[in-house]
Ligand binder design. Structure first.
Ligand SMILES: Nc1ncnc2c1ncn2[C@@H]1O[C@H](COP(=O)(O)OP(=O)(O)O)[C@@H](O)[C@H]1O
Ligand code: SF4
Ligand SMILES: [Mg+2]
Length: 413
């Protein structure tokens, strides 16, 4: 695929110090990865006390949501590799995920689990090489993105699938006014309404006050939160069917994070658009998600409705992620971090990839890989022992398992 021209609306107005047409989306993905890596130490511990407001709102939304939409996106058994074919590094391993019209699906997991490359694959924005798709399909409105021509891909990028990324400051072109950049997006996707009135309408839609004067601001005159709102306006200018938001709040202050999540929630309700929200923070999931997929080491390990997953998590990894979200009422002195870290590509542990960090790990967990199984209606889990208690020392994989010791320790308050 290489350097396709005319990627999503944002991609076309990218700024590069060299004035070159580098693959904007790849730059973003790399930037996100670097940024994410710095955060991997404390993973979801960056969740804030706002998490519980989000959780409550989200559960109310989840109850309102009727899963009656048509299938918009169907990712089936997707497999993506990096590295030489003789020593492949599989970053996405047999991922299947569906998004219906009007539905918001969240993908959560620590940095390096394969969330971004999965999301970028939807508009085939992962450059090949270095990546290779070695299996599966990505059906967008029934058409396989992996088999689309360059012209077909240009047609879906921006117009059908739009992206917003983590750091709005580096996605906006610093030498053009905000309004100009939105108008450029309109010219590409809806030239008949590429005028000031539509720019102002979009700015109002994303909650920018005094849009008539703000549209004349340059990006450096806007706060991080305002810049992200401009990016969302640019994505919406194309009227996409699916908005992919990859860690859209990670680079923002906590209070601004809450505002952007609230904006996404409102937009979802007002525009009826489908959304794929990627985050390493389970605390924000409850506010917007209808369904949640939890990813670990390139695989989905749990998939369920947001309400079900947040109130009744079954996979030990999901449980650990939720335990690391600070709780207002607990008064705990420190957060429950997940021991260890996500394994690097090419160094996945044998059998269940989570076993070195799992409190429930038993002797046979490293022997064979668990399959993703529907253990309750619409609730999928990749674990042999999802309904078993913590193992006894005899049953456990390792008597010094730090995750088990942590799980058995009395809660501190
Ligand atoms: N261009 C690339 N070349 C090699 N490895 C990559 C590339 N892009 C991503 N990866 C690797 O793929 C894995 C998944 O990355 P990513 O999807 O960015 O994770 P996440 O979004 O969950 O943090 C990581 O191990 C990452 O290092
Ligand atoms: S299969 Fe074993 S190691 Fe993997 S999550 Fe389940 S209990 Fe833990
Ligand atoms: Mg990422």
């Amino acid at each position: 695929m290489g350097k396709e021209r005319g990627v999503s609306s944002q991609c076309r107005r990218r700024w590069s110090p060299q004035g070159q047409s580098d693959d904007f989306a790849l730059q973003q993905a790399n930037r996100n990865r670097r940024f994410g890596d710095r955060r991997s130490g404390y993973t979801v511990a960056t969740a804030t006390v706002l998490a519980f407001n989000f959780l409550g709102d989200g559960l109310r939304d989840a109850r309102r949501y009727k899963n009656g939409g048509m299938t918009l996106l169907q990712i089936r058994n997707l497999k993506l590799e990096f590295g030489p074919p003789e020593k492949p590094l599989r970053a996405v391993d047999d991922v299947s995920l569906t998004i219906n019209t009007g539905e918001t699906v969240c993908v959560v997991g620590e940095s390096g689990c394969g969330k971004s490359v999965t999301a970028l694959s939807i508009a085939r924005l992962v450059p090949t090489p270095p990546a290779r798709y070695v299996g599966g399909e990505i059906l967008l409105n029934g058409q396989d993105v992996l088999r689309m021509s360059g012209a077909q891909l240009r047609g879906i990028r921006g117009g059908v699938v739009s992206y917003i990324f983590q750091e709005p400051g580096s996605s906006l072109n610093p030498v053009f006014r905000a309004g100009h950049q939105i108008k450029e997006s309109l010219k590409l996707h809806r030239p008949d309404v590429a005028n000031d009135a539509e720019v102002i309408r979009l700015l109002k839609l994303v909650g920018i006050p005094a849009p008539e004067s703000r549209m004349r601001d340059y990006p450096h005159q806007l706060s991080g939160g305002m810049q992200q709102r401009i990016m969302i306006a640019m994505a919406l200018a194309a009227q996409p069917r699916l908005l992919v938001a990859d860690e859209p709040t990670t680079a923002l202050d906590v209070t601004i994070q809450a505002q952007i999540i609230e904006l996404l929630r409102q937009l979802k309700q007002e525009l009826g658009m489908s959304m794929l929200l990627i985050t390493h923070n389970l605390g924000i999931v409850g506010d917007v998600a209808d369904r949640v997929a939890v990813m670990y080491a390139g695989q989905i390990v749990e998939l369920a409705s947001a309400m079900e997953l947040l109130t009744h998590p079954l996979h030990p990894y999901t449980q650990a992620l939720l335990n690391s979200v600070p709780k207002l009422e607990s008064g705990a002195e420190r957060l429950t971090a997940i021991p260890g870290s996500v394994p690097n590509l090419g160094a996945f542990p044998p059998g269940c990839r989570f076993h070195p960090r799992c409190p429930k790990a038993r002797r046979d967990c490293p022997q064979k890989p668990p399959e993703l199984a529907e253990v309750e209606p619409n609730h999928w889990v990749r674990c042999f022992y999802w309904n078993a208690p913590l193992p006894t020392p005899e049953e456990g994989l390792n008597p010094n398992n730090p995750a088990l010791i942590l799980a058995r320790a009395p809660a501190r308050s």
